[in-house]
Design a binder for this molecule. Sequence first.
Ligand code: ZN
Ligand code: ZN
Length: 155
Amino acid sequence: MQLAGSCFCGAVRFTVGTRTPYPYRRCYCARCRKTAGGTGAAANLLAQASTLAVEGAEALTEYAAPDATRTRFCSRCGSAVYLTIDSVTDFVYPFASAVDTPLPEPPERVHVFTGDAPAWANPPSSPTDLTVERNTNESIEGWHRRKGLLDGGRG
Ligand SMILES: [Zn+2]
Ligand SMILES: [Zn+2]
């Protein structure tokens, strides 16, 4: 599935292919919460780095964190656009909040790093949702495969 996204002011636009388009992961870690998660959590997607095309890349700025992740922001409006991990060169992690293409609704949500969530952002308890203090062992691809939702199409 091909995704199109942009920052709020429109200076940065991107397209990227993904086989894992369900934004089922809500991350409550401090980085996601502060950079892209006004509700206390941010949803990341996994997409194929080789398919990433950015328009207005000169407006992007990055924050390289000590954990070897780089968050790309629009330097004009401050929107968090996507994240990369230095050791993972095949993938980029667009923030669902930056994606303009309508994304499919996940059949369940997985709330990760809830140990870092502030009290006001208490993850909703639902019988179908999984809540974990830290991270899950299951990859984003693994979740999509297990749910039969891996998109074998373009990307
Ligand atoms: Zn912008
Ligand atoms: Zn996070």
